[in-house]
Write a protein that binds this ligand. Structure first.
Ligand code: 0RA
Length: 646
């Protein structure tokens, strides 16, 4: 749209007076309380601005009017989003008496008044509208190509510099919005290419055939292009590339009923975890909702029906395949488009529209029933997998019963290896999971016993990625850990209210074995106590890597840069002694306490799960059955390893 000659055709002149004041009152509110509109003014809010603008372009795609969206991170951390949609209308709005572009850009929710004919993402969860972005941008420039003409208007902190003008002719159609986030508003002004790229990839999966590109004009000059004719099936293949599939292609369901398009893809793999992602109007409904309930209930019903045909008589009698059984090793994406979505729950990530449950349930039931009829061999494989899950679940139940009886017999809940703290208020209490008995000993001596508890773990814990519940419950290291934590384990038993410590701190050596144990523990928490991660309870201790001693000065460094900084500060004194700690065991209790355990000095890293899809992939790749993806990862990343302890 840029390469057109300027002809300078102007809209009729008008003065900016009374009517603008009401318009700007809205954006004043956005500037006063930005967090109320975009959640926060840190990196998260900064990225939210991009999603808000892109959502408007995706709305054009949902209306069937747009096939391509191009996002650019400019050299100065500005953003440009260009689409080939219909373009924002450029005429004067009959009721409001100002240009429609200006109206859309300055009135909260004004966009919604125009096209009621589509499933609006921009009216969904994020739904604050592109005017919010305008209010939070130091500069925003809208360029529209429509009816052969090119139109442009510039805003500063939401205020139009002048009425929009026609600046040339064009044979292209669409809208381009450039904005520079306001440094008076945001505490973080640097865009992360990968964060934006992940969300754009997700949008491309959810809107099949739509092309989305992202270009980084800063130093890295990265470029990604996403277009997936396979839609949500391609999403499944992407997520599961490191898993062993049970069937070649994902099952794909596409059905529209009562103006509600339902698109679902799923595939079983040989693993044991369930991965279900749900969306409504492209918003990730992380807390599920009616569409998910409909999907689950239909799947359980179809599989139980089919099991009656497939399983031999002695197996099918008396066994009831539960929802958990039918979703073991299942990866699924459930995506619906709803005209008037109701988002519920604390974070508004749960779909509430009741009518959606039945629509999804019927679609899934009919389509899978047909699929099973047409693909009996795949149906048999799935049923056999689900049946073995049911058998394992039954075994796990018995093991749990046994374990419960055992712990009662042994006189009470807490494991003998645990050195508990004296406080009984979980909010004050910390549990250190420590690698090895010797470091455990130092930690016990160095702790503040009033609120710090120590549980030494012997060697490597079980890799839960390769095991089922019965085996996991039978593993001694895991069961002592679960006992100490207090919450119990598994869908029926886990109860976060019984958590005995509000900080659980993994403390391992800074070597290869240590990071392996750390990964095993993280895999366990991610798969079986994810809620603790969501609640921000899990931490990694950061023991120092170096001790620097010069005369009476004793300092600790957590990485090479710090070490060099300290050395520079100490200067040219004689007798500088540097010790590289290979393990926690090399520190005496006092040192361990000062550097790693005492809240006054220590550094803790909180474990978060920003990107569940990515975390899942990494865990599967590092810990799962398939060797090839792991080999590739090691090859590609080996050069990053600076120090290897052998
Ligand atoms: C108002 C009305 C119409 C489209 C748009 C706004 C629109 C907004 C944005 C924001 C980014 N890209 C956009 N593309 C379109 C409907 C136009 C019509 O009916 O022709």
């Amino acid at each position: 749209m840029e390469d057109n000659k300027v002809v300078g055709e102007k809209l009729p002149e008008r003065k900016y007076e009374a009517s603008d004041i009401t318009v700007l009152e809205g954006l004043e509110a956005v500037r006063k309380r930005p967090a109320m509109y975009i959640g926060s003014t840190d990196a998260r809010g900064l990225h939210h601005l991009v999603y808000e603008v892109v959502d408007n372009s995706v709305d054009e795609a949902l209306a069937g009017a747009c096939t391509q969206i191009d996002v650019v991170i400019t050299a100065e951390n500005g953003i440009s989003v260009q689409d080939n949609g219909r373009g924002i209308p450029t005429d004067i709005h009959p009721k409001e008496g100002i240009g429609t572009v200006e109206l859309v850009m300055t009135k909260l929710h004004a966009g919604g008044k125009f096209n009621h004919d589509t499933y609006k993402v921009s009216a969904g969860l994020h739904g604050v509208g592109v005017s919010c972005v305008n209010g939070l941008a130091s500069t925003l420039i809208v360029t529209v190509g429509r009816d052969g003409k090119l139109f442009e208007q510039t805003f500063h902190r939401g205020v139009p510099k002048a009425p929009g003008v026609f600046v040339g002719t064009t044979d292209k159609q669409g809208t381009k919005i450039f904005f520079q986030p306001d440094n008076e508003i945001f505490t973080d002004l640097v865009y992360n290419f990968d964060t934006l790229s992940s969300r754009l990839r997700e949008l491309a999966f959810l809107n099949k055939g739509l092309t989305i590109t992202i270009r980084d004009e800063r130093e890295d000059k990265k470029f990604h292009e996403f277009c997936f004719p396979g839609g949500v099936s391609a999403f499944i293949e992407y997520m599961d590339h490191a898993k062993k599939p049970l069937m070649e292609k994902p099952v794909h369901i596409l059905k529209e009923q009562d103006n509600t398009p339902v698109e679902i893809a799923f595939r079983y793999n040989e693993g044991y975890t369930e991965n279900l992602f749900s969306f409504c109007n492209n918003v990730n409904t992380v807390d599920g909702g009616t569409h998910v309930v409909g999907f689950k209930s239909a799947l359980t019903r179809v599989i139980n029906n089919k099991a009656k045909d497939v399983l031999p008589k002695n197996k099918k009698d008396g066994i009831d395949l539960t929802g958990d059984d039918v979703r073991e090793g299942l990866t699924a994406v459930v995506s619906v488009k709803v005209f008037d979505p109701q988002f519920e729950g604390q974070t508004k990530h749960k779909l509430g529209n009741h009518e959606v449950k039945g629509i999804v349930e019927t679609a899934v039931f009919d389509m899978i029933t047909n699929f099973f009829e047409e693909n009996p061999a795949i149906a048999r494989k799935i049923i056999e997998k689900v049946y073995s899950a049911a058998v394992a679940r039954e075994a796990a139940r018995k093991a749990r019963q046994l374990a419960r009886r055992k712990s009662v017999l042994e006189g009470g809940g807490l494991p003998g290896k645990l050195a508990d703290c004296s406080s009984r208020n979980p909010a004050d209490c910390e549990l250190y999971l420590v690698e090895g008995d010797s470091a455990g000993g130092s930690a016990k001596q160095g702790r503040d016993r009033s609120f710090q508890a120590i549980l030494p773990l012997k060697g490597k814990i079980l890799n839960v990625e390769k095991a089922r519940m019965d085996k996991i419950l039978g593993n001694e290291e895991i069961s002592t850990m679960v006992q100490a934590i207090g919450t119990g384990l598994g869908e029926e038993s886990f109860n976060v209210d019984k958590l005995r410590y509000h900080k659980i701190i993994i403390m391992t050596d800074a070597d290869v074995d240590g990071s392996h144990i750390q990964t095993l523990l993280l895999t366990f928490f991610c798969r079986y106590m994810k809620e603790l991660i969501d609640q921000g309870v899990l931490y990694l201790a950061q023991p120092p890597l170096y001790k620097i001693k010069a005369g009476k000065i004793e300092k600790y460094a957590f990485n090479e840069q710090e070490r060099d900084k300290i050395l520079a500060e100490i200067g040219d004194k004689k007798g500088i002694y540097i010790q590289r700690y290979k393990g926690l065991g090399e520190m005496n209790p006092e040192q361990l306490s000062i550097t790693t355990m005492n809240p006054a000095n220590r550094v803790l890293k909180r474990v978060t799960m920003e990107d569940v899809v990515e975390a899942d992939q990494i865990f599967t790749m590092l810990m799962g059955e398939e060797v090839e993806p792991r080999r590739k990862f090691i090859e590609e990343n080996a050069y990053l390893v600076k120090e290897l302890d052998v």
